[in-house]
Design a protein around this ligand. Sequence first.
Ligand code: GUN
Length: 296
Amino acid sequence: MAATVIYGKDLARELRNSLSHTLERLKGKGIVPGLTVVLVGDDPASDSYVRGKEKACLELGMVSNTLRFPESMAQDGLLELISRLNLDDSVDGILVQVPLPKHMDTDLVLRTIDPAKDVDGFHPVSIGKLLLGQETFISCTPHGVVKILEKTGMPLAGLEVVVVGRSNIVGKPMAMLLMQAPHHCTVTVCHTRTLDLKAHTLRADIVIVAAGKPRMVTADMIRPGACVIDVGVNRVPDASKASGFALVGDIDYVPIAEKASFVTPVPGGVGPMTITMLMVNTVKAACLRRGLAVEN
Ligand code: GUN
């Protein structure tokens, strides 16, 4: 039986509608949440993500400010900029796009951001709170995946989840989120040194793939009826496209969609949810900084 395709963009629209009501109420109090994105270098994929974030902010009537710098920017200059943004009252959320140029210490840069403005959820304080099950900014992609899983209506408690990939941005926070309340899943994290990946994925009720390798998870690795979430976004050469490339995920989509219960496409699956959760976090930061209740 063919899988139900979960279009994150539909769910994102629902969440953005509800967020726009909150934004209206904030506007009535003279508050317009603002996100500042810092992009260093000219990586085309990063540029495209950043443009998506700007567009989402503007569509919701939020303030979007993108600061672009050349690859050669000195790390001290970036740290000084972040310190200024931390003190700037008009800035509710700060996002430094990663990957950063090789001469920069990403951990140092990310921990310079004020945790109260850490709408990416990448600061060690945010990650630590997530690990401890405390209220915090949750990183946007794993948070978006949880919203997608909730949308399936599957009771998640006790299910076997296999996360493929152990990045700080997706794999690790994904595992932390799903294993604890209110989700209570049994989580296995697989990675490049996992000896028999297929043995793990084949017994999973839910497979979440964030490995960064085009089509690496194939249909023979999936149990019939499993739910498969594809977090990967890979540019592969495609002469039939004007851009010269196509976007593909980390799963072999067509045969998996014939076998799974639920599947997410690339593009249009997890991606729009990531950006939506960033908007949710920015509104949350704006509320928390002013002592207001968080609605979304
Ligand atoms: N690079 C790829 N995804 C992300 C993200 O969600 N946040 C930041 N800051 N950089 C990214």
